[in-house]
Ligand binder design. Structure first.
Ligand SMILES: Cc1cc2nc3c(=O)[nH]c(=O)nc-3n(C[C@H](O)[C@H](O)[C@H](O)COP(=O)(O)OP(=O)(O)OC[C@H]3O[C@@H](n4cnc5c(N)ncnc54)[C@H](O)[C@@H]3O)c2cc1C
Length: 592
């Protein structure tokens, strides 16, 4: 017998990602299946290629019964492909032949919230409510992530506070006192599988995640759920265009921003921005079983201590995001003029909300786009920033190697400073003790608040790499630990940009001068004075480079270089010359 079936189990068969293979080169992959009557039981030794975000739930499977071999073929590679090698994975599913998710109705489903901590326009929640009679909402404080974090971490507190808001929102939306979030603590994939089983679910919904570790987690989740006969369905939520949705004319992912942005804008239409209204479907939100009706665990229960998040008045949850956005709305038209000045309230400060999905990217883009169409220069530039965000997501999805090496491989050959000397310089940078006020104020802002203004991320990043000669990956790691809005894709993209090793990065010979950047973007020294009060009394003329002040001026302002404020750790001019030498290696190596 020859025929086509859509095989639910096939998408559960993703064990290990084919990391070093270019996705677009793979056209079709073969799988071997042993079918068992009624309950589909599959042993796979070959390769399976699926496209997990498609609305159609299943991989199209060509089953060749005559040969006793089953070929898994996927016609076309429009969107993000997930290509994985399946090593003897044994999957059990109870409903082998499916016609597509949209027509499917489940009795019970679970929404696994991860970085989409809102009810408004949440595609995973909406999809679950559309296709299940009863929907439970689960969040897992994932030990595999939390274990690597400092015990005081604003992100954990932000998530916790946002979950409290989400819990309330779910209850209000459902109108049922027993509804709300089921919060768990453990390994993400295990806890979600356990919860789904305990709740008697047939399907789990979640939003796509593009980070290598998250993809690995989802592969494990898919396997663990499939073992229990539970489907796992993921949908696009946090970006407008993902993975391979936008390709160049030659069918390859974009590596340069401007053509990507043009393609992005050309493809944008109302359908891409259509929001998912959960309110009319909210009757499906179920009351939690009594044993699971408890509030979100405290920070102490999670093994964390409180931070200064509340003191900083960083608003959390969807309510916090709305508050920030409504104030930014009034400033959006001037964003093009204000965004580069760290002492001015120019940007939106929505980064952390976009990171944890307490705001819908579709709604933000829709607003910015409308205003762009009405001729707002500020909105046009802000929209461009949101496109950079998508750009870096697709870079990470299509070139996952950027997470541990340079986008341009020849830049991996650069010899960075090493040993005690490098460690000392790096420590001075981390602690904001380089002797360059704008860099030090930027680092103080990061250390004290978890935020750093975009202009300063560029200046401080460039200083680390091109003045101190430190490997950009050290800086990337430090930012990853400290930034509230840390996102692997944007952080990596930003660091590859400043180090010139990335896609569309600044040329290596362009080296920010930390003093002229300071004079230009903090001309009156307001930002420096705020974060470096020990320099507050210095006249603005010398504030940007205190070593140029006379001893008398310094003394009159209570500054003693080397004591109350450091001497510069390097001379910018010497460092610049060294950097050009260091980067010369790049010219000698032909890109492979
Ligand atoms: C070295 C370096 C590291 C960075 N690390 C991160 C990071 O970990 N997470 C992060 O979200 N952004 C990062 N950025 C980009 C940018 O600095 C921040 O997004 C921005 O400062 C956040 O502040 P905001 O929300 O007020 O931004 P706004 O200026 O209001 O911009 C709105 C949103 O657009 C997105 N965005 C803006 N600029 C960029 C950009 N260059 N690349 C990608 N997305 C952008 C962000 O989601 C931001 O919240 C980094 C930039 C550099 C140079």
């Amino acid at each position: 017998m020859h025929g086509f079936v859509q095989n639910k189990a096939a998408i559960g068969l993703h064990w290990a990602a084919l990391e070093h293979r270019r996705l677009e080169q793979v056209i079709a992959l073969e799988g071997q299946f042993d079918l068992v009557k009624q309950h589909l039981e599959v042993n796979v030794t070959g390769l399976v290629d699926d496209q997990s975000q498609r609305a159609a739930f299943a991989v199209l499977t060509h089953v060749n019964h005559a040969a006793g071999k089953y070929r898994v073929l996927q016609p076309g590679h429009g969107n993000q492909e997930m290509i994985r090698q399946v090593n003897g994975g044994r999957i059990t599913g109870h409903a082998g032949i499916l016609t597509g998710l949209t027509k499917m109705q489940f009795d019970t489903g679970v929404v696994w919230f991860r970085r989409d901590l809102r009810t408004d326009d949440n595609t995973a929640l909406w999809s679950a409510l559309k296709s299940c009679k009863k929907v439970y909402c689960v969040f897992v404080f994932d030990q595999e992530i939390l274990n690597g974090l400092p015990r005081q971490d604003r992100r954990v507190e932000f998530i916790r506070e946002s979950l409290v808001g989400l819990d309330e929102d779910l209850r209000a939306l459902s109108g049922k006192p027993g509804a709300g979030i089921i919060a768990r603590h453990g390994a993400g994939y295990e806890e979600v599988a356990r919860s789904a089983q305990e709740l008697g679910a047939q399907v789990v919904f979640a939003a796509h995640d593009y980070e290598p570790q998250a993809i690995a987690r989802d592969i494990k989740a898919r396997g663990a759920l499939a073992e229990l006969g539970i489907s796992f369905h993921t949908v696009k939520d946090q970006v407008i265009f993902e993975g391979r949705e936008l390709l160049t004319k030659t069918g390859t992912p974009y590596g340069v921003f401007t053509p990507y942005k043009n393609a992005w804008l050309a493809r944008l239409n109302d359908a891409c921005l259509k929001t998912h209204d959960v309110a009319p479907l909210s009757g499906a939100l179920a009351e939690r079983p009594v044993s699971m009706r408890r509030g979100v665990m405290t920070l102490a229960e999670l093994g964390f201590a409180q931070t200064n998040l509340l003191e900083l008045k960083i608003p959390t949850g969807s309510a916090g995001a709305s508050e920030l956005f409504s104030t930014f709305f009034d400033r959006m038209d001037r964003y093009d003029e204000t965004r580069n000045f760290p002492s001015v309230k120019g940007p939106s400060y929505l980064g952390v909300h976009l990171r944890f999905g307490t705001v819908s990217i579709r709604k933000l883009v829709a607003t910015a786009w409308q205003r762009t169409l009405h001729g707002s220069a500020g909105a046009t530039v802000w929209l461009s920033e949101l496109i950079w965000r998508d750009f870096y997501f697709q870079i990470l999805a299509n070139f996952p190697n950027v997470a541990h090496s340079a986008y341009k491989p020849e830049y991996d050959a650069i010899q960075w400073e090493t040993g005690e000397h490098a460690r000392k310089l790096f420590k001075a940078w981390c602690e904001g003790c380089t002797g360059y006020p704008l860099v030090d104020a930027a680092m103080a802002q990061l250390n004290q608040t978890g935020y750093m203004h975009n202009r300063l991320r560029m200046v401080a990043g460039s200083f680390l790499v091109k003045d101190l000669g430190i490997n950009w990956q050290w800086g990337e790691k430090y930012f990853a630990e400290k930034l509230n809005d840390f996102d692997l894709s944007a952080n990596n993209g930003g660091w590859q940009w400043v180090s010139s090793s990335g896609c569309d990065a600044q040329p290596y010979f362009r080296i920010f001068n930390p003093v002229s950047q300071s004079e230009k973007f903090d001309a009156d020294g307001k930002f420096i004075r705020r974060y470096l009060p020990q320099l507050a009394k210095l006249p603005t003329k010398v504030l940007h480079a205190p070593w140029q002040a006379s001893t008398e001026v310094l003394a009159a302002c209570g500054v003693t270089l080397g004591k109350t404020y450091p001497e510069p750790v390097v001379s910018h001019e010497e460092a610049r010359a060294l950097t050009l030498q260091r980067y010369a290696v790049v010219k000698k190596i032909k890109p492979g």
